[in-house]
Design a protein around this ligand. Structure first.
Ligand SMILES: Nc1ncnc2c1ncn2[C@@H]1O[C@H](COP(=O)(O)OP(=O)(O)OP(=O)(O)O)[C@@H](O)[C@H]1O
Length: 700
């Protein structure tokens, strides 16, 4: 056989197998080829150009060209797929006769992870927990695991960043690992995890995969050499996870589903699209073992209600008769009559809702209501439409008083709307770190982004009008750049687990108390410290009061942050100049665009335009002016920002000698004479007003 050329977008792997290959030319579309998902090391995470998109490869395919009457066409020589898969499965069984029920190596939990011991988790999960240094369960995990592992339904409410993903993920993985039968040709879907956004869905599956990949690397470790590994038959994953989200190839996602997966993490919109053409998937969802709604309240906000409701309807019992059929875990081939466990997790869930879940007013009536045309529109409706099999779902509410995580310091800055840019710039220079800035609109981000660029601040945008790939890329860059800014809409407010976000800044105030809590939840995660700041203009104060009031709090509880006003004046000049440059740039772009359009229109109508109109003389003058502005900004940016009372020439004198700070390396790199400190240390206590003068640390 000729050495086949590499297919676009795929890697060809040659394998030394004894499989008998029958060659047929019978595919003519790339979609029809037997694609396989490429296993990638998890440490790649969202890095790289592909982000965490799944890669696929195809084996044993040769591209050939056929001359037909219609010209030259491309076709594929493909090994008979059915035969190949059968042989491959045979081979796995032959080479590792015990693969189906491979006994996991025992793990000494008692000594190595005593705090996890009582949960009796599968050894491979314990091994990963150990390798990740997760020495104890977080409070929500400790509270939820006993119920979830014993088959109960759980509604878990816990602060942001408290480890909710594993609170439901570990019980699912534990059960699937314990009952796994990897040699089966097609897996049946066992767990469906629904998440409100693509990013969250991708993050959840990446989190679960971390545990499964560790399983496989443990299994691989016996292979003696790299060469052996390369030629060894690839065993199927013990438990497989797939992600179905919008913004990525739906054909590819359908192919992955066709091959069969154990756990599906999905956003409702894309999943419902696929279910509509896939009866087999609908049937599999009817027979799920686990249903999870992650960030349940957000689903409603994200406008997923109709799709979500349709998906959930598939999980309702049709009659009482099939409610109590116990699931036979020993025999995976048997369809599960009714073993569904439901987990709902969220950082916020009102007490009313919790009571309603307890009362369980739902099952069949709501399904019918829905059909009769009263679509659900609130989280209340959604939860009441769920068919908990558990007569009393366990509600675990660990949400902190007023929604505030104990390791979070909150603050505010009161300023005019027009001054927000300069206050933000001040904050970013004064407290360098990883800052997530929330804006209310995409337009706001588009305006602010070029300003940050002109002011040499590293910022990345994140909003719904960016392509998925770009969103992931920007998230990656933000994650990997310690001093950077993510300018985001509320798309980034929930669920995203970005390690070490130092500051959350509400450039515009959030729409609701929930949004405030979730935005803040991007910092102070996993018991780390964090800081949030509300930028509040006079016309926003009333809303802030109402927002905090609904959390049972008062505006005066949130301390103001002290500002060095002398420094602020210097920064104002830079910001104003940057704005001027940006406005001029915008005008130039628009003028060029208009001229181009007029020229094309004139050409099409075969008329001549006034040469004055087409002359770019005026534009040239403007360009010169603009260059001058840029040079001026460059000069300003190059000048050190010196705090009042500081002498750079005589660092041991002046009203604020800076020599000690310089020697100790405790100085702020952008502001001379200003001590390096964390934003949380510069809060004015309680109800104090903003100082007229700059605070001691940074001025005279
Ligand atoms: N037992 C543990 N010990 C230490 N770290 C943990 C533990 N469990 C989870 N984590 C880490 O804590 C971080 C937050 O976890 P996770 O994203 O599950 O939080 P969450 O409660 O779902 O947050 P959100 O409500 O914002 O979605 C993750 O980086 C995760 O790896």
């Amino acid at each position: 056989m000729v050495d086949p050329p590499v297919l676009a977008g795929s890697k060809r792997r040659l394998r030394n197998t004894s499989i008998r290959k029958r060659t047929k030319i019978h595919h003519n579309t790339t979609d029809a080829l037997p694609w396989k998902t490429v296993k990638r090391p998890m440490e790649t995470g969202m890095d790289g150009d592909d982000g965490i998109l799944e890669l696929e490869e195809v084996d044993g395919v040769e591209v050939v060209y056929e001359d037909t009457e219609a010209g030259r066409i491309m076709a594929f020589n493909v090994i008979d797929v059915a035969e190949d898969m059968e042989s491959e499965a045979e081979e796995v069984r032959e080479n590792s006769p015990d693969a189906e029920v491979a006994e996991p190596e025992p793990f000494d939990c008692n000594n190595l992870l005593p705090n996890w011991h009582s949960h009796s988790l599968h050894p491979t999960l314990l091994r990963t927990l150990h390798s990740k240094d997760f020495l104890s369960p977080t409070p929500i995990q400790a509270a939820a695991l006993p119920f979830a592992l014993s088959g109960r339904d759980v509604v878990g409410i816990a602060q942001t960043g408290s480890g909710k993903t594993l609170a439901y993920g570990l019980p699912i993985l534990h059960r699937l690992l314990a009952t796994a039968n990897p040699s089966k040709l097609k897996r049946k879907l066992s767990a469906l995890i629904l998440a409100p956004t693509r990013e969250l869905a991708l993050q959840v599956s990446s989190h679960l995969n971390e545990f499964l990949n560790a399983v496989e690397s443990n299994d691989d470790k016996d292979a003696e050499t790299e060469a052996q590994k390369a030629t060894a038959p690839r065993s199927p994953p013990i438990v497989s996870v797939a992600t179905i989200v919008g913004g990525m190839s739906s054909q590819k996602q359908r192919r992955i589903l066709d091959r069969g997966v154990d756990i599906l993490v999905a956003t409702p919109g894309r999943l419902w699209d696929i279910i509509q053409d896939d009866d087999d998937l609908a049937t599999q969802i009817k027979n799920l073992k686990f249903l999870v709604l992650d960030e349940a309240d957000r689903m409603i906000e994200a406008g997923h209600f109709a799709e979500l409701e349709n998906i959930l309807r598939l999980t309702l019992r049709e009659s009482k008769a099939d409610q109590i059929e116990p699931e036979n875990e020993e025999d995976d081939e048997e369809p599960i009559q009714d073993g569904l466990q439901t987990f709902i997790f969220s950082a916020t869930l009102s007490k009313d809702l919790q009571r309603n879940v307890k009362r369980r007013a739902r099952p069949k009536a709501s399904g019918k209501n829905n059909k009769s045309g009263s679509p659900a529109s609130t989280l209340d409706d959604l939860l009441l439409r769920l068919d908990f099999r558990d007569p009393e779902p366990e509600i675990i509410d660990l949400s902190p008083q007023g929604g505030v995580v104990s390791t979070l310091k909150e603050s505010k800055i009161e300023c005019l709307s027009a001054d927000k840019d300069v206050y933000l710039y001040y904050f970013l220079l004064r407290y360098p770190g990883r800052s997530l800035v929330f804006l209310a609109s995409i337009d706001g981000i588009r305006r602010l982004l070029p300003l940050t660029e002109l002011l040499n601040i590293k910022a990345f945008p994140l909003h719904s009008q960016l392509e998925q790939r770009q969103r992931l890329k920007n998230l990656d860059r933000f994650k990997s750049t310690p001093k950077s800014v993510l300018l985001a809409t509320d798309i980034a407010a929930r669920g995203l687990d970005i390690p070490a976000v130092d500051h959350v800044i509400h450039y515009q105030i959030p729409r609701s108390a929930d949004a405030y809590i979730h935005r803040n939840g991007r910092t102070a995660r996993a018991m780390r410290s964090g800081f949030s700041m509300l930028m509040c203009s006079p016309d926003e104060r009333r809303v802030v009061r109402a927002l905090l009031g609904s959390l049972g709090r008062q505006e005066s509880e949130i301390a103001e942050i002290s500002i060095d006003l002398s420094m602020l004046d210097k920064l104002k000049e830079r910001v104003q100049l940057a704005r001027k440059i940006e406005t001029a740039h915008h005008k130039t772009k628009k003028a060029n665009h208009d001229r181009k359009w007029m020229k094309e229109a004139a050409d099409a109508m075969e008329i001549e335009l006034d040469s004055d109109f087409m002359s770019d003389r005026k534009q040239k003058t403007k360009d010169i002016e603009n260059s001058k502005l840029k040079a001026e900004l460059k000069r300003l940016l190059a000048q050190p920002l010196i705090a009042r009372g500081v002498s750079i020439r005589y660092i041991t004198s002046g009203s604020k000698p800076i020599v000690d700070d310089l020697l100790a390396g405790e100085f702020n790199n952008s502001m001379v004479g200003v001590k390096k400190t964390e934003a949380g240390n510069d809060l004015l206590s309680g109800k104090k007003k903003k100082p007229k003068r700059a605070p001691k640390t940074s001025t005279t």
